[in-house]
Design a protein around this ligand. Structure first.
Ligand code: ASP
Ligand code: MG
Length: 402
């Protein structure tokens, strides 16, 4: 007998019909003799709607109260799915994050899971119950409800799979799996049969909205057998695993990310420790810095530019302004009118010319590059906002990914 964790995203449980479709997938798996833990997200646009409701009342609501509010979306889903499964005549129990023993840190609205106490889930599985767990939420040491950040239900699922030593963790969504790029932009995009954890991690962090990046991090760390597939077509999907065979498939995917902002510090004193100060300050606030460029010094001054998530721009600017004396710079400027486009693929580093080919595609499309960053398995460029879809199309074509 196997233990299978199945996670269903918001679109997969958006209405009564979809809830019954999920109930059917879950009970079929159970009927085959498996133990099943199910993780669900809030229905459809529920989380966005709740955020709008909060804004009507108080746009500056505390993160603690936001978590209290947003976690309610998943609580609705677990109850409804359990009711559907009850109706089909199977033993089932729904649990909130805290009932399921999901313990997190106290970083409200972007908490990390610290530990999962699996006793309750185990007890329910022993009773032969199908266990439905609310995704996206946990509880901290003060018994407050916390949430894991947008898209966090994937991470709930992987964490439960790791903690309960599941044989398989299936992430069900409304697309057939992981694609070479967003099929809504490039219809020729191909579904990948498999992808490595490292590639997936890059794709997830670079804006491919398939999996929450922490879920991939965790799956890699605990070697969780992970796959992404469609709850609608039920086709086999994409397996995410440690190593995959790469036959000439150097570039696996192209992504775009509009949630970026560029910050520039001009006239920074050209002495050791300046970059360190700035980035340490941001790191302490959990603000992720992505692309970075530093100009060469002239007249004892240099410029440092970097990108952060657009959603963190206010915090970033406040922090830098508040520390102008400590850092020492002349001007601070920023723009949110930028987008990041990236290519990802294992083994890029050993192949000269991959970056050049990407730049050529952008040149052919007459798209200007503002910043560049490369790693072993990715190349990212920052371009002006509005050109990202054109860029994705041009690059996807250049690498013949269709
Ligand atoms: N409902 C949450 C969100 O929309 C979590 C999730 O869907 O994974 O971000
Ligand atoms: Mg998601």
């Amino acid at each position: 007998m196997s233990l299978i964790v199945q996670k269903f995203g918001g679109s997969s449980v958006a209405n009564a019909e979809r809830v019954f479709n999920v109930a059917d997938i879950v009970t079929s798996t159970y009927k085959e003799g498996n133990n099943v833990i199910v993780v669900v997200s809030a229905q459809g646009d529920t989380t966005d709607d709740l955020i709008d409701k909060a804004k009507e009342i108080n746009p500056n609501a505390s993160k603690r109260e936001m978590d209290m509010l947003l976690s309610s979306g998943e609580q609705i889903s677990v109850a409804l799915l359990a009711m559907a499964i009850e109706k089909l005549g199977y033993p089932v129990v729904s649990l909130t994050g805290w009932q399921a023993g999901v313990l997190t840190d106290s970083n409200y609205s972007s908490s990390r899971i610290r530990k999962v106490n699996t006793e309750r889930i185990q007890l329910e599985l022993d009773k032969k119950n199908i266990v439905i767990v609310a995704g996206f939420q946990g509880i901290n040491r003060y018994d407050d409800i916390t949430t894991l950040g947008r898209g966090g239900s994937d991470t709930s699922a992987v964490a439960l799979a790791a903690a309960c030593h599941a044989d398989l963790c299936e992430i069900y969504t409304d697309v057939d799996g992981v694609f070479t790029t967003d099929p809504r932009i490039v219809p020729e995009a191909q579904k990948l049969d498999e992808i490595s954890f490292d590639e997936m991690l890059e794709l997830a962090s670079l804006g491919a909205n398939v999996l929450h990046n922490r879920s991939v991090e965790m799956a890699k760390k605990y070697n969780v057998n992970l796959c992404v597939r469609s709850s609608l077509t039920r086709a086999p999907g994409t397996a995410v695993k440690e190593a995959v065979k790469v036959e000439g498939m150097l570039v696996r995917g192209v992504t775009k990310d509009n949630d970026v902002a560029r910050v520039s510090l001009c006239g920074v004193e050209d002495t050791p420790g300046k970059a360190f100060r700035v980035f340490q300050m941001l790191a302490k606030k959990n603000i992720n810095v992505d692309l970075i460029i530093q100009s060469i010094g002239r007249d004892n001054k240099k410029d440092i530019s970097f990108t952060v998530q657009q959603t963190r721009i206010e915090e970033t600017l406040e922090l830098i302004k508040a520390n102008q004396d400590v850092i020492g710079y002349d001007d601070l400027s920023y723009t949110t009118e930028v987008s990041k486009v990236s290519i990802v693929g294992a083994g890029m580093v050993t192949n000269a010319g991959v970056a050049a080919k990407m730049f050529e595609a952008l040149y052919d499309a007459q798209i200007n590059i503002n910043m560049i960053a490369t790693s072993e398995i990715k190349v990212s460029v920052l371009i002006d906002q509005g050109y990202e879809e054109k860029a994705v199309k041009a690059i996807h074509k250049k690498f013949e990914l269709g």
